[in-house]
Design a protein around this ligand. Structure first.
Ligand SMILES: C[S@@+](CC[C@H](N)C(=O)[O-])C[C@H]1O[C@@H](n2cnc3c(N)ncnc32)[C@H](O)[C@@H]1O
Length: 229
């Protein structure tokens, strides 16, 4: 990680943005050099997802980079809340170590019509949820794998995927939706499945912007607090 910028260096490098942000009175005010926001939210939840903060985070990202890298992508709340810069050289990369989640993002981008059809053949039921959860029902391909993962995320408490959530007073979540708006946003986005250290080393360059939503220390394998910082 020798050439990768630390968070402190990044903050220093973009201090003018933060100063500008404060000068505008904080809150959700945008500086003229920050990225524009969209109204798109992920199609599913994720533990630690920044759904409520995404727009504020986007407002702090300067628009002077050529490559945007989301190191700990999760549900991609920030990517979905941010505009794609309209310049030919602009590239976006998202990453996560969780291969189930990455398979879901890739299927949404490449094959969501098949996934939508498969999900439409599924019932919302506790038995079905538990059979998928316990591995009694196994996916036959990546489309089914993505569909099952999406099903567990969508129908569990706090999107943790472990307990079926059927509130007495509310209807269950509507899992039957079209994924085309997310497919459109993910077109041209590189979706990686790497450990963050390897990813940062692979993409580090002068015009790169890394967004790191650091996870809990307990999530980080083989890493002490100092190197995490
Ligand atoms: C706090 S969540 C990110 C949430 C995301 N910003 C969002 O709004 O949905 C942290 C993510 O880091 C991923 N992660 C954990 N260890 C990792 C590692 N060593 N390299 C890359 N990603 C990792 C987890 O799978 C998790 O999705």
């Amino acid at each position: 990680m020798s050439s990768a910028k630390s968070l402190a260096e990044l903050i220093e490098a973009h201090k003018f943005v933060l100063d500008g942000y404060n000068a505008y009175g904080g809150g959700c005010e945008m500086t003229p050099i920050s990225m524009k926001t969209t109204t798109l939210h992920p199609p599913h939840g994720w533990v630690g997802g920044k759904s409520r903060l995404a727009k504020q985070i986007v407002g702090l990202i300067p628009n002077d980079h050529d490559i945007y890298i989301e190191v700990f992508g999760g549900a991609l709340n920030v990517l979905y809340a941010k505009e794609k810069l309209p310049k030919a050289s602009y590239r976006e990369v998202v990453n996560d170590l969780n291969s189930q989640l990455i398979n879901l993002h890739r299927v949404i981008r490449n094959d969501n019509a098949k996934m939508e059809k498969f999900i439409n053949s599924m019932f919302i039921s506790r038995e079905c949820f538990n059979d998928i959860r316990s591995g009694k029902v196994k996916p036959k391909n990546n489309i089914e794998k993505a569909s099952y993962f999406y099903y567990l995320l969508s129908l569990s408490f706090g999107s943790k995927g472990d307990n079926f959530a059927m509130p007495k007073s509310r209807k269950p979540k509507n899992i039957y939706k079209s994924f085309t708006k997310w497919e459109k946003r993910l077109k041209g986005v590189t979706i990686e499945n790497m450990d963050f250290q390897k990813l940062i080393e692979s993409y580090d360059r002068v015009d790169a912007f890394f967004y790191c939503d650091l996870c809990f220390f307990s999530d980080m394998k083989n890493l002490d607090k100092e190197s995490h910082r």
